[in-house]
Design a protein around this ligand. Structure first.
Ligand code: NDP
Length: 290
């Protein structure tokens, strides 16, 4: 079976590598040098012309947002074969993906939204959690393909459901990172050392992925690696906020989280890591984590 993989970024590059062990994989990337390198390193086939990606049983997109996915769909839609399955692994917008699915369906192409969680390390180790939206038969086809990239594959609901739950869980994480940073900063200003504050937090009911895995390296050890762009995280929270708005839902915490992350993005810039929001928490208090 031939798979066309579009978007060899931090996540897509290792995902396409795993797929190439089981399938014939064609790769296309906006910056072609990355696709050429992928072909050299992993035996995939690099194509310069995007339209060549249409000749495949499965097309996978792993791009920043639904906007870029739409641009690719626009360029391929008249060339894709009937019966093709389009898997969008981007953390996209469920409203847009429903429109994309309808558009592709007019050409006999099935669509499954299949965003992932587990960070770059999960993509590298094929341990991602993949949440999928679409018809059962299409999702079953997608699962068969994506099982080489992930450990937990979950059919969440109809088209768009994967994208919806992805942005909502990332919003939970964002709010948790922010409030945990605020409380740890207060502890620090009270004179409690960071090692002890984290130890107690992680032994008690304030424990979370943020306090156990994300914050100690930054707040205690002063290492701030770029793991996931704040730009992408802000995008996810804004989509979650739009979903709430659309449903007339009363979600003040979600709205506040969205405003805080957008303010942090404006302050830190598009290349910042998402956990650097903790620096904004410190700055708002004329403090630092040093
Ligand atoms: P990157 O920024 O590393 O890669 C983005 C990819 O999209 C690159 O291949 C880039 O090409 C391509 N691209 C960007 N703009 C365009 C365009 N206009 N047309 C065509 N291709 C384009 O992103 P990630 O891999 O980190 O993230 C991809 C998706 O996965 C996002 O939706 C993100 O939210 C989600 N995600 C990311 C995680 C992470 O930890 N990084 C974890 C879970 C989900 P080029 O090489 O030319 O720049």
């Amino acid at each position: 079976m031939r798979i066309s993989f579009i978007g060899l970024g931090a996540m897509g590059y290792p995902m396409a590598r795993h797929l190439s062990k089981a399938y014939e994989v064609v790769v296309w990337n906006r910056t072609p040098e990355k696709a050429a390198r992928h072909a050299r390193e992993h035996g995939t086939r690099h194509v310069h012309d995007l339209v060549q990606c249409a000749d495949a049983e499965v097309i996978i997109t792993m791009l920043p947002t639904s906007r870029e996915v739409d641009e690719i769909v626009e360029q391929l839609v008249s060339s894709v074969k009937e019966g093709t399955l389009w898997i969008d692994a981007t953390s996209g917008d469920p409203n847009v993906s429903r429109e994309t699915a309808k558009r592709l369906a007019e050409h006999g192409v099935a669509f499954v939204d299949a965003p992932v969680t587990g960070a770059v390390v999960g993509a590298e180790n094929a341990t991602l959690t993949i949440m999928m939206g679409g018809d059962t038969a299409d999702v079953d086809r997608a699962k068969e393909v994506l099982k080489s990239c992930g450990k937990t594959l979950i059919h969440v609901g109809p088209t768009g459901a994967g994208h919806a739950i992805k942005v909502l869980t990332n919003t939970i994480m964002g709010a948790t990172v922010w409030i945990t940073s605020e409380c740890l900063l207060v502890a620090k200003r009270f004179g409690i050392d960071m090692k002890t504050a984290l130890e107690v937090t992680n032994a008690g009911s304030g424990r979370s992925n943020a306090s156990e895995n994300l914050l100690p390296m930054r707040l205690r050890d002063h290492q701030w690696p770029l793991v996931f762009k704040l730009l992408h995280h802000d995008k996810d929270i804004r989509i979650a906020s739009q979903l709430a708005h659309q449903q007339h839902a009363a979600t003040p915490m979600l709205a506040l989280t969205q405003h805080l992350f957008s303010a942090a993005l404006n302050e830190l810039g598009p290349e910042a890591d998402y956990i650097e929001v903790a620096k904004i928490v410190a700055k708002m208090n004329d403090s630092s984590w040093d």
